[in-house]
Design a protein around this ligand. Structure first.
Ligand code: UTP
Length: 269
């Protein structure tokens, strides 16, 4: 079945960006002149989605007002609410009624990708296999403990880089890592993810973790992944946001050259 809907969870507290997030939600912090959220809406449209559903909080009215002006002739943008920030798994389940009985993409707006290629690959893998398919990346051993970590096997498919996920471990201690492959913020889900999300229990910090539902799919051998080398900016951390602003501005026709000359001048002193 074709994947036409993208869900963007944007109801978190953004505590790592305080005090900025008292004024502006993390998802609307500008990457030079464009809110992070817009990059993700554009990526959804480029990957063929015609509908974007933003999960937001009533404490972040500027997201709703941004969304109300974000629809284009290619994509219709709407919002649903998560009444309290009970975790990413809970945020995704808040979109259940709007998504309906269809496969859908989940895109984390604090991860900006260089292009839409990974989301397109995941959509293609889902359309071919009928299975939920998630974005993966190899990282240095020292970084594994910041992510969901997966053990994988080769998946027999003509889709490049596709793997079957055998095990999922959330933020393992270095000694407990099962590989150097981690989950990144792009997912294509079959609608049965909503049933899994109903079954999960809150983790130690009281949140409903999406990773726990992924673990259930992996245990049923119902989860695939694509190991990607895509350019990715983790704009959920202050350093990642700075890097995104500089690198994306360097690519821009209007300011790229000026910024490049200024940086050279500054560092050649
Ligand atoms: P994060 O955990 O990175 O966002 O969730 P956060 O909680 O806002 O960040 P910090 O740790 O306090 O700085 C990834 C994405 O999931 C959304 C967030 O808005 C972010 O886009 N999210 C997270 C929700 O929509 N609801 C939640 O309950 C948690």
């Amino acid at each position: 079945m074709a994947v036409r809907t993208a869900v963007i969870p944007a109801a978190g507290m953004g505590t790592r960006f305080l005090p900025a997030t008292r004024a502006t939600p993390k998802e609307l912090l500008p990457i030079y002149d464009t809110p992070a959220l817009q990059f993700v809406i554009d990526e959804a449209a480029q990957a063929g989605c015609t509908r974007v559903v933003i999960v937001t909080s009533r404490a972040k009215p500027s997201i709703e007002s941004y969304a109300s002006a974000a629809s284009t002739d290619k994509v219709a943008v709407s919002v649903v609410y998560q009444d309290s920030p009970l975790g990413l798994g809970h945020a995704v389940s808040c979109a259940r009624q709007v998504v309906g009985d269809e496969p859908f993409v989940v895109m984390l707006p604090d991860e900006i990708m260089g292009d839409a290629s990974l989301t397109k690959q995941l959509v293609a893998l889902h359309e071919k296999s009928g299975k939920s398919s998630i974005g993966l990346k190899r990282v240095a051993a020292t970084e594994v403990s910041s992510y969901g970590n997966v053990k994988v096997a080769v998946y027999k498919s003509d889709t490049e880089d596709a793997v079957e996920i055998l095990q999922v471990v959330e933020k393992p201690k270095p000694a407990d890592a099962v590989s150097d492959i981690v989950i990144i913020g792009r997912y294509v889900f079959s609608p049965n993810i909503f049933d899994k999300l109903e079954q999960i229990k809150p983790s130690a910090n009281g949140e409903l973790q999406l990773t726990d539902a992924l673990e259930m799919l992996a245990n049923e051998r119902a989860l695939l992944g694509v190991v990607s080398e895509i350019t990715r900016y983790d704009t959920g951390t202050p350093m990642g946001l700075l890097r995104a602003v500089i690198e994306i501005a360097l690519e821009r026709k209007d300011v790229g050259q000026q910024l490049n000359s200024w940086l050279k001048e500054k560092f050649n002193k």
